[in-house]
Design a protein around this ligand. Structure first.
Ligand code: 4NP
Length: 184
């Protein structure tokens, strides 16, 4: 690969400037967000779908990206929970993510913001965070809420349709607030 198009060996200041230029043209993502819940089949996949919808609506694909993960790996490799897919789908959101567990070393490096759904997620993420300033990236979804009616996103897993609708209500509000806080 040494001489291939994709191998950029920075040798001097001129090349560094050219490399920065290439990055600014082709890789302009400036904010990477990871949404986290327990199982990564209900709340965080819905947050990812709603926030992706906002990114697309606001044509911000080049500057903001998001993903989701769970603090537990119970559902690793599975699609989102059908109840969440259905309820979110009725509101116009496509929940397509595949569950995966948080990968502490990679995720705390790759993402700028790690957005948890509840206080237990926050405690687990703090426990998983690598040494250094990684913990500073952890925050709670409802801290961005505009309406401030909830202090966490409740786990709907064993609940009924209304519990799933409530999750979407809270996430729609908080995702709007999160986008405002990033773009203002
Ligand atoms: P989530 O919901 O954290 O919003 O994905 C849950 C999904 C699965 C389980 C718990 C919560 N579970 O215990 O398997």
């Amino acid at each position: 690969m040494a001489n291939s198009y994709f191998s950029v060996k920075v040798q001097n200041e001129k090349q560094k400037t050219f490399y920065s230029f290439l990055c600014s043209v082709f890789l302009t993502i400036t904010m990477r967000i990871l949404f986290v819940c327990l199982g990564n089949i209900c709340r965080s996949p819905a947050a990812e779908a709603i926030f992706t919808h906002l990114i697309e609506q606001n044509k911000l694909w080049k500057t903001i990206s998001c993903d989701s993960a769970g603090t537990a790996g119970y559902h690793e490799g599975q699609g989102a929970y059908p109840k969440m897919i259905n309820v979110a789908g009725k509101r116009g959101y496509k929940v397509t993510s595949i569950s995966r567990q948080v990968r502490p070393d990679e995720d705390f490096e790759e993402f700028d913001l790690i957005v948890a759904m509840d206080n237990q997620n926050i405690a687990d993420l703090n426990r998983m965070a690598p040494l250094g300033n990684a913990k500073a990236k952890i925050c709670k979804m409802t801290d961005f809420a505009l309406r401030k009616n909830y202090t966490y996103v409740p786990d709907p897993y064993y609940g009924d349709t209304r519990d799933y609708e409530l999750v979407i209500d809270i996430l729609e509000d908080a995702c709007e607030g999160l986008l405002q806080s990033i773009t203002n």
